[in-house]
Design a binder for this molecule. Structure first.
Ligand SMILES: Nc1ncnc2c1ncn2[C@@H]1O[C@H](COP(=O)(O)OP(=O)(O)OP(=O)(O)O)[C@@H](O)[C@H]1O
Length: 833
């Protein structure tokens, strides 16, 4: 029996609230549920913060609603089936049909009817105030959490606005406890800002009483600069005059609202909806108080103490950078090239960052391939001060620099890279540095040059720090980065604000709140990312493999379900089918033994941690441009940073347990497919799973995130015509026994331990077969494995000559196109040097 599928995840903010939530709470921690690279340590501040949130959420769980519900339970013979989800006691508004939202008063969940004519407006609003949990075709689920409300406050909404709009869109009157929850969360969050104006730090708030309270505080009070004039008052900053480059106008949110005018219900279609819409778009100008801000100045050295103390007081500080009034830091000459037009969702995300004309620190979440790089570059072009970009790998560093040169008019001399191979500085008084997290945080055994470079980074003030792929970097690394490099604003970029250990919320206070999260399906509909058909292919285990599977320990079990001959056949069949359709296919395997075995047997090229850099590039070039090389086997080093827009089909044969993040990252490899706008084009993502094994459990867990984004995984139990595939591997019992013998003698852990990506190796040696860090002395081949098993005469060894070697041989015969490619690469390298 396959394991039961889990219901869409619930937000961490809602978990503890009620008894039935236990069902949606993740089970006990198992080794598989934690990504190995998600190491955290020293999280005192965030633990404290987490406690606050839990308390708030517990308060949010309301006995009175429980009691009211108790009153109605047993009312009819069906209500008990709905348990805690029986909301029939809630009174509907008379015109509820015209309103798109349902609100669950117990957990703060909001359900949006995405087919409503008002859905567009409602979605814009909900992504600002709530956490999107699940967005399939017809009903979207959001959750109000302390963090989502914190983010809403940070983009300038106040509790009154939030409650008003929610009320207009809701089918039921807003429950009192929801009002209370919104007010409670927002009254402390976002009230205090730390603003750097003209090199002076100010603690700012629109509430003068809040500042009085802080001045009386024993830690913060003494940090006020003596001799400055107490609390000053001035009008609140406005967007006015600020133009985000690459946009037609920079009215930000307002423009996004205008674009929605197309959603407006047609004349006579529904007068009620027209009314609701009108009230939604009406300007709220009755609040004059919000137009003034009050501030006091603190010493530069007191910044960290103020932040820490405010967090302790439950008043996390929002960071804002008034870059237009920063006369102390030199202006950077940078603008987007005239041809660069940012897309509406990119503009919308930036309008949240620059909503009031200042730069807010925070995180922007866009799907893989949706253009996060251009968002970062546009932010840099808006702020026009020194920028530091931090990436996860040295290849990303090169790509970021190239993208800056492609999209902006930055002088190449003003953008430098800092990696182990290149330690450059810009020559003028300001510029851009692109580096990796490891370069700026590693403290031991720094070379002299690297030490000098770090001094250079630490001795200046940066206008903007762009933090790429924020979800993969441990919190302690962020702490090191932000404490050692002075920057006025931080922009985190990611595709999946998701960690298996749920520590993602730490980022809220280390970088800033989530400013924007795009809807994957919407972007696919608009053609910005590819549409993907997802399928899980169930492969029955052969009897001999299954008998061993039941007997074995967990590590060997994994190898057995990965090497299941039926899975191999399914992979062979799918490759054949998609190659014939003209697809370019990537096959992913975390397990390097399987990677090697599959690729060798099917005579396909492969890349893993031990593949030499030259060989990797050669294989990738062939995959991109050689019409005879249409399939590439990749280990997990290809999960990220791989830009292969030719790829249109993914097949996953082995993966990292239940990692939702890896599943999303892998899907991301085909979202940028070049052919995505061809009529009727679909990319394909297959996950091959051995039936009745643990792999099925992991597989459903892995899919949870993508299912929440609206992807539907079809289950394929039989691949039509597989039996008739000429040359189908392992079709005789003898072949399968041979394979089983090979698998059974494997005693090593074949999971690749990598600490860098596809383009950057740890070992300096050439392509050993095994974990990347191992010495490449012994190159194990399929031949020697087969010999060990006493099966020298089997098909397995006959195909010992790998496709990789074949490609290597062809190196000298490179056609003019490859020669040109090599020349271009050489030029790029020289440009970097
Ligand atoms: N506004 C735009 N106009 C034209 N092309 C764009 C625009 N935005 C992004 N692109 C293109 O889309 C592709 C994907 O962009 P990018 O590499 O920044 O995606 P990403 O979100 O960083 O993906 P990943 O998460 O996989 O790294 C690039 O080729 C980029 O040039």
């Amino acid at each position: 029996m396959p394991p039961k599928r889990k219901a869409p995840s619930s937000g961490y903010g809602s978990v503890k609230a009620s008894k039935d939530s236990a069902a949606s709470t993740p089970g006990p921690a198992t080794p598989q549920s934690i990504d190995s690279d998600d190491d955290f340590s020293g999280e005192e501040a965030s633990e404290h913060e987490a406690e606050n949130i839990e308390n708030a959420v517990n308060k949010f769980s309301i006995e009175k609603y429980q009691a009211r519900r108790a009153g109605i339970s047993g009312r009819d013979s069906a209500s008990h089936h709905f348990g805690n989800n029986d909301f029939s006691y809630l009174a509907l508004k008379p015109d509820h049909d015209n309103r798109p939202l349902w609100i669950d008063p117990q957990k703060g969940r909001i359900i949006l009817e995405s087919f409503s004519p008002l859905a567009g407006h409602a979605q814009d609003f909900l992504t600002t105030v709530a956490e999107p949990l699940s967005r399939p075709t017809f009903l979207h689920e959001y959750s109000l959490t302390p963090h989502s409300l914190y983010a809403a406050v940070s983009v300038g909404l106040d509790p009154k606005d939030i409650i008003n709009v929610l009320d207009r869109l809701s089918k039921i009157p807003i429950p009192d406890n929801i009002r209370e929850f919104i007010t409670k969360c927002t009254q402390s969050y976002g009230k205090v800002k730390l603003v750097l104006k003209n090199t002076k730090h100010f603690v700012e708030s629109s509430d003068p009483e809040m500042l009085q309270r802080l001045l009386k505080d024993e830690v913060i009070g003494p940090l006020r600069i003596q001799g400055t004039e107490g609390i000053t008052t001035e009008s609140a900053p406005k967007m006015g005059g600020l133009v985000i480059p690459g946009t037609k106008n920079a009215a930000g949110v307002q423009q996004a609202t205008d674009q929605r005018a197309g959603d407006r219900p047609q004349d006579g279609e529904n007068a009620h909806q027209e009314d609701i819409l009108r009230t939604l778009t009406e300007e709220d100008d009755d609040d004059d108080d919000a137009d003034a801000v009050h501030a006091f100045e603190i010493a530069d050295t007191g910044v960290e103490s103020v932040q820490k103390r405010c967090l302790e007081l439950g008043l996390p500080v929002l960071e804002e950078y008034d870059f237009r009034n920063d006369t102390a830091n030199a202006n950077l000459e940078i603008d987007l090239k005239p041809a660069a037009q940012i897309r509406s969702y990119q503009e919308k995300s930036l309008s949240k960052m620059f909503g009031n004309g200042r730069a807010k620190s925070g995180i922007i979440v866009l799907p893989c391939g949706a253009g996060k790089t251009l968002v970062g570059i546009t932010a840099a072009c808006t702020i026009k001060k020194g920028v530091i970009v931090l990436c996860t790998s040295s290849m990303s560093v090169v790509q970021w620099r190239q993208e800056f040169l492609k999209w902006s008019n930055i002088d190449p001399a003003d953008i430098a890279v800092f990696t182990s191979d290149h330690k450059e500085k810009f020559t003028r008084n300001t510029g851009i540095i692109v580096s990796t997290y490891s370069m700026v945080t590693q403290t031991r055994s720094r070379s002299y040059d690297a030490g000098k470079m770090m001094e250079f980074l630490q001795n200046r003030e940066w206008g903007l720090m762009i933090l790429d792929e924020v979800h993969v970097v441990p919190a302690n690394i962020f702490r090191k980065v932000t404490s050692s490099i002075k920057t006025h604003s931080k922009l985190g970029l990611t595709a999946t604000l998701l960690r298996e250990d749920d520590k993602i919320r730490d980022l809220n206070f280390l970088i800033g709140p989530k400013l924007y999260e795009a809807n994957w399906m919407e972007l696919a509909e608009q053609g910005h990312i590819a549409k993907v058909q997802c399928a899980e292919v169930w492969c029955p285990m052969t009897t001999e493999f299954y008998s061993e599977y039941l007997r074995e320990s967990s590590r060997k079990r994994a190898l057995l379900y990965i090497m299941n001959p039926r899975k191999f056949q399914a992979c062979q069949f799918l490759i054949d089918y998609h190659e014939k359709r003209g697809d370019k296919i990537i096959v992913f395997s975390d397990n390097v033994y399987a990677l090697h075995a599959y690729a060798q047997k099917l005579n396909k090229a492969f890349i893993f941690g031990g593949t030499a850099q030259q060989e990797r590039l050669r294989i990738l070039e062939n995959f991109q441009h050689n019409e005879n090389i249409n399939t590439l086997f990749l280990s997990k080093i290809g999960d990220t940073s791989l830009d292969l827009p030719e790829a249109t089909c993914l097949i996953q044969i082995s993966s990292h347990y239940g990692s939702r993040r890896q599943e999303a990252q892998r899907l991301g490899r085909i979202l940028r497919a070049k052919r995505r706008n061809d009529e009727g084009f679909n990319a394909f993502f297959y996950s091959l799973v051995s039936k009745d094994t643990q792999e099925m459990y992991y597989s459903s867990k892995r899919q949870a995130f993508l299912v929440d984004q609206g992807y539907a995984f079809k289950v394929i139990t039989h691949l039509q015509g597989i039996e008739n595939l000429p040359g189908l591997a392992f079709s005789t019992p003898a072949e399968r026994r041979e394979l089983l013998q090979n698998v059974m003698i494997q005693n090593e852990d074949w999971d690749e331990k990598i600490s860098d990506d596809l383009f950057h190796r740890n070992d300096k040696g050439g392509g050993g077969f095994g974990p990347a860090k191992k010495k490449p002395a012994a190159r194990r081949t399929a031949g020697s494995l087969s010999e060990l098993a006493g099966g020298q005469d089997m098909a397995y060894i006959e195909q010992n000559k790998s496709k990789n070697k074949e490609l290597k041989k062809k190196k000298g015969e490179s056609n003019p196109f490859f020669k040109k490619l090599a020349r271009d690469q050489q030029k790029r390298k020289q440009a970097l040097e």
